[in-house]
Design a protein around this ligand. Structure first.
Ligand SMILES: C[S@@+](CC[C@H](N)C(=O)[O-])C[C@H]1O[C@@H](n2cnc3c(N)ncnc32)[C@H](O)[C@@H]1O
Length: 208
């Protein structure tokens, strides 16, 4: 995955933007950069196999990929685990449209959801993945994310680590180090464990 550069929004949004107060990255992900999310080079430092091991969903689980973008990882999870239901959730319809255009969108255990469907997911998800998303979340969205897991479930947060030098990803000042991320999650009432980091990413597991 190449450098993201500036995230100025390309093209007219189809809906007014939701408030993002508190987000570390000043602008939301620009759908004009969506092809970066489908770059297979990402798999070297963010292996889907490792992400799935960390999620470790129980059989029959509802897994939400929060901020799924073009669905690269939602598809990988749905393929590897036909026994779970994967919901690719994103607030930007342009991103879900790109996912819908992929042949894998027809996998029988893969669904898509927009904020209008949030109430159906709230408190019901055994696993929630937030991959490269935390740095984009305002305070309101972070509370929303924290409300998704079921009582026994958790949120797995994997995000660009501001504490390491990276040739890829968003500028350092748009991201958190693991301590800052942990504190932000604790501030919304989550219990957080720090797991072994990846090359450019910290990994946190958060429970309500
Ligand atoms: C950097 S992309 C990462 C996409 C995907 N997780 C991946 O790694 O391939 C961040 C995505 O999160 C979405 N996003 C940001 N804030 C969101 C929110 N509050 N609710 C739902 N989606 C959100 C953006 O629209 C964008 O598609």
């Amino acid at each position: 995955m190449k450098r993201h550069g500036s995230n100025t929004q390309g093209g007219a949004p189809s809906k007014p933007h939701r408030p993002r107060h508190g987000a570390r990255q000043p602008e939301r992900f620009d759908p004009a950069h969506a092809a970066l999310l489908d770059d297979p080079e990402r798999f070297d430092y963010l292996p889907p196999k490792r992400v799935i091991e960390l999620l470790d969903p129980p059989a029959g689980a509802l897994v939400v990929d929060y901020g799924a973008g073009t669905g690269t990882y939602a598809i990988a999870i749905a393929r590897a685990r036909p026994d779970v239901t994967v919901v690719a959730y994103d607030e930007q319809p342009q991103m879900l449209k790109r996912l819908a255009a992929k042949p894998e969108a027809s996998l029988p255990n893969l669904r898509m959801a927009a904020p209008e469907q949030f109430a159906e997911l709230r408190g019901r998800c055994e696993r929630v993945l937030a991959l490269n998303v935390l740095h984009e979340l305002g305070d309101r969205a972070l509370k929303e994310l924290a409300a998704l897991p079921s009582a026994a479930g958790f949120v797995l947060l994997i995000d660009w680590n501001a504490g390491v030098e990276r040739p890829v990803g968003p500028p350092r000042e748009h991201t958190y180090d693991s301590r800052e991320a942990l504190q932000r999650l604790q501030a919304v009432g989550l219990r957080v464990e720090e797991l072994k980091p990846m090359r450019y990413h910290f990994v946190l597991r958060a429970r309500g």
